[in-house]
Design a protein around this ligand. Structure first.
Ligand SMILES: Nc1nc2c(ncn2[C@@H]2O[C@H](COP(=O)(O)OP(=O)(O)O)[C@@H](O)[C@H]2O)c(=O)[nH]1
Ligand SMILES: [Mg+2]
Length: 359
């Protein structure tokens, strides 16, 4: 059972709904069919076996699949991780569905993750379905499954293509729309986490949760109450950052302060994330520095900035949360709840404090 199950105050206030009660009472025997059945079964098995799910979420073409292949290539080179399957030499676009990658530590206590590439279109269709009040109950389709996977995940990597935020590339209105889309996406993730908490999804009821799906009412209700927090870590990655850097005539890694960048572009999103996620991180990511646009063939000889770091951060947060030495291990690894880190930075960095307070 997840940590935030214990921590979410809504838990104690609310009785489970009828559907949730039925979920709790029923045996987990429902079967899954359809084109993604094998992947979903693997995911359930992994979760039942105690493995952690990292959901990689973002719109189409934001660089998710390239990033995951970079991890498949780079993580084993560190000697600390094994990845399955191996990196691809050709990354085909898929407009729906999920793709799984397993990453397991090679040394010490075993940690095992299922990195799940959630196709942007499935995610968007899923949350637009909520927006447009479409019926989410009924037959399990892949869009609904994607929402459920997000609800079940233990950690998140949210992709935002950096260059879409550049004033030379997109006009004000487009950037405003993107801002709204990102807030909507964020709200959806928050809503889904709360639903999983409210339904008391544990290892025995994962299958039912996936098959039964999420109801529109549940999601709308979850949006209403944001006052709880979660310990699940989230990494917001400004992807393909090399393209942004090129527009700024910056050579090499784009290493501006990602917090100040966030204040400039996503002030609202930043505060929403701050108040819901105890562990969050913004960063620039160039998984394939200088990769030509629209190419399906990743060039692994290109430099990569921020790829392994983002994954390692999620791993460090998750593993320190579940270690006995808890706080000590977190401090040792330099992992503080982000809010504490922000408070510290406000003390030490006047410019940051000004930006932070000027909302
Ligand atoms: N310049 C640059 N291009 C990238 C990078 N990562 C991916 N791309 C390009 O972005 C396109 C979309 O990436 P993909 O991973 O397929 O996006 P997805 O739809 O989010 O899975 C690819 O065709 C690549 O050419 C990067 O780090 N830098
Ligand atoms: Mg993809």
């Amino acid at each position: 059972m997840s940590d935030d199950f214990e921590r979410d105050p809504l838990k104690r206030q609310k009785e489970p709904t009828h559907e949730a009660k039925a979920d709790l009472d029923s045996e987990s025997t429902q079967s899954i069919d359809g084109p993604y059945a094998t992947d979903l079964e693997k995911l359930i098995e992994a979760k039942e076996g105690g493995r952690k799910i990292v959901a990689v979420i973002g719109f189409g073409l934001s660089g998710k699949s390239f990033y995951i292949n970079r991890l498949r290539y780079e993580l084993p080179k560190t000697g600390l991780w094994n990845c399955m399957p191996k990196h691809k030499t050709d990354v085909k676009r898929s407009s729906s569905g999920i793709e799984l990658t397993r990453a397991v530590t090679t040394r010490g206590k075993k940690h095992s993750y299922i990195i799940t590439d959630v196709a942007g279109e499935s995610f968007a269709r899923g949350y637009h379905a909520v927006d447009k009040k479409l019926e989410l109950q009924g037959k399990l389709d892949i869009d609904k499954a994607c929402l459920t996977v997000i609800a079940l995940a233990d950690a998140y990597a949210l992709f935002i293509p950096a260059n879409d935020l550049h004033p030379d590339v997109t006009d004000d209105q487009v950037r405003k729309d993107l801002n709204k889309e990102m807030l909507d996406s964020f709200q959806t993730i928050v809503g889904l986490i709360k639903i999983a908490n409210n339904r008391r999804v544990d290892t025995e009821s994962i299958r039912d949760f996936l098959v039964d799906g999420i109801t529109e009412n549940e999601l709308l209700e979850a949006f209403d109450k944001i006052e709880s927090t979660t310990q699940r870590p989230i990494c917001i990655l400004y992807s393909q950052a090399d393209r942004y850097a090129k527009n700024e005539n910056v050579e090499g890694n784009y290493d501006q302060d990602p917090f100040l960048f966030t204040f400039r572009h996503f002030r609202n999103l930043a505060f929403n994330i701050h108040y819901f996620f105890e562990y969050y991180r913004f960063d620039f990511l160039s998984a394939f520095y200088g990769q030509p646009d629209d190419s399906d063939i990743p060039n692994y000889d290109l430099k990569s900035y921020g790829s392994v770091e983002a994954f390692t951060w999620l791993h460090k947060v998750l593993s320190s949360q579940h270690s006995l030495s808890g706080m000590a291990s977190r401090l040792w690894n330099g992992i503080l709840p982000t809010r504490k880190a922000i408070a510290l930075r406000c003390l030490l960095d006047k410019r940051f404090k000004q930006e932070w307070r000027s909302s």
